[in-house]
Design a protein around this ligand. Structure first.
Ligand SMILES: NC(=O)C1=CN([C@@H]2O[C@H](COP(=O)(O)OP(=O)(O)OC[C@H]3O[C@@H](n4cnc5c(N)ncnc54)[C@H](OP(=O)(O)O)[C@@H]3O)[C@@H](O)[C@H]2O)[C@H](O)CC1
Ligand SMILES: [K+]
Length: 482
């Protein structure tokens, strides 16, 4: 579950209304931070709390008090020498026995462990040069940082860096993860994340949970078992994958093999006559069909058992792709790679074709391809990857799989999931073709488009983990296990 940073203040206010004082939450937060510091840094020569003006700083003062009580050597440096901005933070400051010095007086030294309590959910603008210089100095001296709630400088909504950001070894966050801790680059700046319970009632957390979720099987498993009461996970389905010309057939075969491996009962590659020999030489279980032009395509489409199609991998960019896609407008379609690029001069033509009915188009762009279909959305740097994918999904009435190390899946109804199980070595040639094949396979088996996309991205990541570091697209296919 995720919560947005804006929800933090609302949760606190509701807690106070229910009789749980804000200071009790802050005390619990400070306890969690002090405990993590002692647990993970027993060798620290001194703990250095950097305290900001708000409640994040308040958590830092509580942690400083507890660390001092435990006998640790502890220093506190304050961003501002003015009284803290909130009542709770003022109280935490007043109760802290360690005198706070101005931040400018801090000279990092070997053996320090920094507790970053400058900003959390309330970060509102870029960090000042004073703070960014300090961050650079800490990095130069390799001083370990434990961040309170989120590394200061990371936007909890988008994961973007506001000017500069701490690179924490560990982060102790509260209540639930924020999107900016799962999206990049925020995720990388958090290090190991620990979620501390601080006494917020479950019903409140549920009430404020973000519609954006971390991608995981609970998104589709209920749906899958509801579809198949017999308990057999997925019924068989028939998938069609389009091949490009004779010299670019590998990509469609990867998609087709992945489709088979992901459980489709029947997978057929449809390609031009010139590509038949190349495809035939490499295929066993996958079927082949000659489809040169629109007439043959229309004839093939008479077969209503074909539950989904993949078009794009190795297909070639141009009018043929556009024409085929428009012929598939009332069918389930995964549009990838060249299929996406083919619409760069007139994306509206694609969106219009799939504008009605339940979403049955899955688009799988990486950032570059995304910019070709949604140039204005891609250009707005302020909005998060989640918001970009959501805006695109609404416009296209499609499921968007916006690929990357933090792939985001969004539907036109606003549902959204951030994926986090993909290993870095998954970013290899042909990996996207495999993903498109898994998507097509699940749609052919009767999955709705959003659930398909979430499941496909997750199983693709799992296959990557199983295949390990030496992964190739071929070995990735053989590790698909659904
Ligand atoms: N329920 C919970 O999860 C709890 C979380 N706790 C902690 O509270 C913080 C959020 O506290 P909040 O006071 O809302 O926000 P911050 O501490 O992050 O910062 C707000 C102040 O910082 C100023 N600000 C913002 N950005 C900058 C900047 N770049 N440079 C300088 N100053 C900045 C901001 O100033 P304004 O002028 O914008 O008002 C505020 O003064 C959460 O992260 C947890 O750590 C609770 O302790 C327990 C419950
Ligand atoms: K922080």
């Amino acid at each position: 579950m995720l919560i947005e940073p804006e929800a933090v203040a609302k949760i606190d206010a509701d807690c106070i209304r229910s009789g749980i004082p804000g200071y009790a939450l802050m005390t619990a937060a400070g306890h969690a931070v002090a405990a993590a510091a002692l647990r993970h840094y027993p060798e620290a020569e001194r703990f250095v709390v950097l305290a900001g003006p708000g409640n994040n700083g308040g958590d830092g003062y509580v942690a400083a008090r507890l660390l001092a009580e435990s006998g640790a050597d502890i220093r506190v440096f304050r961003l501002s020498m003015k009284p803290p901005m909130t009542e709770d933070a003022s109280r935490a400051h007043a109760e802290c026995p360690v005198e706070g010095l101005p931040l400018s007086m801090y000279c990092p030294r070997l053996g320090d462990v920094v507790i970053d309590a400058l900003f959390g959910a309330g970060l509102a603008r870029d960090l000042s040069p004073e703070v960014s210089d300090l961050i650079s100095e800490l990095e130069r001296n390799r001083i370990p940082v434990l961040s309170v709630d989120i590394p200061s400088g990371i936007c909890g909504r988008s994961g973007h860096i506001r000017g500069a950001a701490f690179r924490a070894e560990r982060t102790v966050t509260f209540v639930a993860l924020k999107p900016g801790q799962v999206l990049l680059p925020g995720r990388e700046h958090c290090g190991e994340v620990e979620i501390a319970e601080i006494g917020v009632p479950r019903r409140l957390i549920e009430q404020y949970r973000s519609p954006t979720r971390i991608n995981s099987p609970d998104i589709w498993l209920d749906y899958a078992s509801a579809k198949t009461p017999s308990g057999h996970k997925y019924s068989h389905g028939s998938l069609g994958v389009f091949s490009g010309g004779a010299t670019q057939t590998g990509a469609c075969r990867l998609a087709a093999e992945a489709g088979l491996r992901a459980g489709a009962g029947l997978v057929t590659i449809a390609g031009p006559s010139e590509a038949l020999a190349a495809n035939a030489a490499h295929l066993t279980a996958v079927m082949l069909r000659q489809v040169d032009g629109r007439a043959e395509l229309d004839e093939w489409l008479q077969d209503r058992r074909l539950g989904a199609f993949v078009l794009g991998p190795g297909f070639g960019v141009g009018e043929k792709a556009r024409d085929f896609v428009l012929a598939l407008r009332d069918r389930n379609l995964v549009l990838d790679a060249d299929g996406i690029t083919s619409f760069r001069d007139d994306p509206e033509r694609l969106f219009e074709a799939f504008s009605t009915g339940a979403p049955h188009l899955i688009l799988t762009p990486h950032d570059g391809e995304f910019g070709r279909l949604f140039p204005d959305v891609a250009a707005s740097k302020e909005i998060s990857k989640v918001e970009r994918a959501q805006a695109a999904a609404r416009r296209a009435n499609a499921i968007i799989i916006l690929k990357g190390a933090d792939t985001v899946i969004a539907g036109p109804d606003g549902r959204c999931a951030i994926n986090s199980n993909a290993p870095p070595w998954l970013a290899t040639a042909g990996s996207g073709d495999v993903l498109a094949g898994i998507c097509g396979s699940l749609m052919a088996q009767g999955f709705a488009a959003f659930e398909t996309a979430c499941a496909a991205v997750w199983y693709h990541g799992e296959a990557g983990n199983r295949a390990g570091k030496g992964l190739t697209a071929e070995s990735l296919v053989s590790h698909i296990d659904i």
